[in-house]
Unconditional design. Structure first.
Lengths: 210, 88
């Protein structure tokens, strides 16, 4: 029973951690930009956290215009990015050039007949049930749909540092447990065993002697 | 601008806590090392004087100034990210 609770807890915990990194860390897609548009979005409810909080947005403001970049993957699947400043908040991309990126994206539009391929760096998830969009960070032209996307240095560095921190905490916790907690529990168990013996002996005095 | 101000203030507070903790920790480590050195050495002066002199030398050392990296590294990192995101 206890081990089921323990396993459920840790699996949930690590799934959440993995989801957090998958959402926050940059990813790169090779796409053909099809169009850019701007649309008024209602930003309320719990999905509010999947949209940026611009600098001067009043807390009570629940809808505003958001820029979008429409694109098509080499396989022909549609993908829509939002284009919003992250500003000085989370996640720490410090993206302030939304209008410039919008211009670049508009300039990158190409047709199916004469495709031009671009790498779009983004973070976030596309989910049409929740109406959430990944946020485009930057784009640059590449030779073709199979061009290399480059080594994901940021992801390597961040995940390595995170693993190092987790490992450090885990080792220290293990050492602490072996030195302090385990001996204490053993002492308590021994103590209980001893006391149990005493109680049983005392109960024995009440039994009928035959 | 409010967001920038908030980031700067929060960052300053957090980094200051780290800086102060690290300073005390580093000084304590240095003190321990000096005491060990005095135990192992010829013990020409008494322990307090030896440790005090050693810590005075530590206060002027490059090693202590390296702790300023607590402020410098994140600032440089943020500057680099801003440059990479917006200028390239």
């Amino acid at each position: 029973m206890f081990s089921i609770i323990k396993w459920t807890f840790w699996i949930t915990f690590w799934v959440l951690v993995a989801a957090f990194f998958h959402y926050t860390l940059p990813q790169k897609d090779i796409v053909r930009v099809v169009n850019t548009y701007e649309e008024r979005q209602d930003l309320e409810g719990w999905t509010r956290m999947f949209w940026s909080a611009p600098d001067d947005q009043v807390a009570s403001l629940i809808n505003r215009d958001v820029q979008f970049i429409q694109a098509v993957t080499p396989e022909g699947d549609p993908i829509v990015y939002r284009n919003e400043d992250t500003g000085w908040g989370w996640p720490p991309y410090f993206k302030l050039d939304t209008a410039n990126l919008y211009t670049e994206a508009a300039d990158a539009v190409s047709t199916k007949a004469a495709p031009e391929w671009y790498v779009i760096k983004h973070y976030g998830w596309r989910n049409f049930y929740l109406s959430i969009f990944p946020n485009a960070i930057s784009l640059r032209p590449v030779d073709g749909p199979d061009a290399p996307k480059g080594i994901p240095w940021v992801n390597i560095i961040v995940l390595t540092l995170f693993a190092a921190v987790v490992w450090g905490i885990w080792v220290r916790w293990r050492r602490f447990r072996m030195r302090r907690i385990d001996p204490t529990i053993e002492a308590i168990e021994d103590d209980l065993a001893e006391k149990g013996g005493a109680v049983r002996r005392w109960l024995g005095t009440w039994r009928k002697k035959t | 601008m409010i967001a920038l101000l908030r980031l700067l203030v929060m960052g300053f507070v957090v980094l200051t806590v780290i800086y102060v903790c690290l300073s005390f920790y580093s000084r304590a480590v240095r003190r321990g090392k000096l005491q060990d050195k005095w135990e192992a050495g010829p013990q020409m002066v008494d322990r307090e004087t030896f440790v005090r002199r050693g810590l005075e030398r530590y206060d002027g050392s490059i090693r202590k100034k390296l702790i300023w990296g607590v402020y410098v590294v994140p600032l440089v990192l943020v500057a680099v990210i801003i440059y990479l995101t917006n200028h390239s």
